[in-house]
Design a protein around this ligand. Sequence first.
Ligand code: 4AD
Ligand code: MG
Length: 484
Amino acid sequence: MFNKRIKIKELLSKEPAGQEVTVMGWVRTFRNNQFIALNDGSTNNNIQVVVALGSQDDELLKRITTSASLKVTGTIVPSLGKGQKMDLNATLIEILGDSDAEKYPLQPKKHSLEFLREKAHLRFRTSTFGSVFRVRHTLAFAVHKFFNEKGFVYMHTPIITASDAEGAGEMFKVTTLPVDGTAPKNEDGSINFKEDFFGRSTNLTVSGQLEGELGATAFGDIYTFGPTFRAENSNTARHLAEFWMIEPEMAFYDLEDNMNLAEEFIKYIIKYAIENNKEDLEFLAQRLAEEEKQLPQDKRSEMGLLEKLEFVLTNGFERLTYTDAIQILKDSNHNKKKKFQYEITGWGMDLQSEHERYLVEKHFKKPVILYNYPAAIKAFYMRQNDGCEAGKETVAAMDILAPGIGEIVGGSQREERQEKLERRMTEMHIPLEELWWYLDTRRFGTVPHAGFGLGFERMVQFVTGMTNIRDVIAFPRTPGSAEF
Ligand code: 4AD
Ligand code: MG
């Protein structure tokens, strides 16, 4: 059988006492025609394969180049060298796949993250990306574990939809009509989508929430975890055109219950990653510390990566209203010295990420939950608060802001009162007929309910310390870029 191999992670946990094993992996380095650092992706640590002088013929040794794939059988013994616990003394080396050292794009040296983005098909073979994507996996697993333990139903909401859940108009169109100008037209010259594949105009989903609400009003608690798409032209280190979102939706929850769940959830998945990916996180912490050495003192983080994660686990998130946040920003020295790029114009303004980051990184120095936002800057489905703040209407929205990232969660209690919801939709020009199925939940046994969306890549950024969102998703889609 071909696959009788031991993974290097498991191998390294054994006590070497001359056992025979077979490993398979890719060559990281080959020194002195004698020492192969072999990696199989199960861990960042390599197994040192020792080739006894004269034991292999020269033709074979020449083919042991960076990223060639090998099958090695041998015995494990305590290492004589420093830096590793064991050596694998090779008895049989088989080249599974050659790698032309002249042409292989990655050299055994440090490459910039920008360079590696252009080689995204090979970057998993580097230590940094090996760690990032193993941590990403662990976080994804923890998401399911958390909700499963709480009895939530995992719901697969559609990728192709006819509605704009956020009402923000940032959608990618889905069509099979020709784009060369010959698509069927209506009398007024607009495209006749009745002739399209679905018999109507459709797009890629921006959020599974609306369908999630349908699930919550039957199962009680559901969550989604899937890809979402936004055609917003934001070329930043925190925006993707295709990103993964986790959206729990809970019946019989108010805003406070919602905040409690979100905080518990974030802490749970961080803790799970620390417990299950310690080595990778230690590696990433060290990488980040090195990277920050290049920065001026005031741009460096006050805490190391692991310290920051531990801090988040052991401290409550600061909760304050939007109104209080505006006051803090207004009164800040930062504002008085006109250091914000976007002016603090006052109550009603949408917060820019520099404002959010000021609150989190400079003022509170911990994650912050802002709630009760002005109705005018939030989506149609959010529950209208009964009282007024600053003489204006607010909604039961909440955003969680994380150090170094800014907004990581957006959520709200939902407007369960049919009349109020319909009035708001009309005000915001959202066609009631198109969302008839959504409104039915308010007609038939409506209940108070709430939910939120966690941007998965932003969460992975937070846990791995990677500063650019393009480095925590395998193949990033951003404006002007859809390679691989
Ligand atoms: O705040 P958003 O737009 O909220 C919703 O979509 C709601 N339907 C969620 C809900 O209540 N069920 O997005 C939620 C989160 C943001 O806080 C952010 O973390 C992430 O999704 N996000 C993005 N991540 C990467 N790239 C983008 N372009 C993102 N847009 C939002
Ligand atoms: Mg938001």
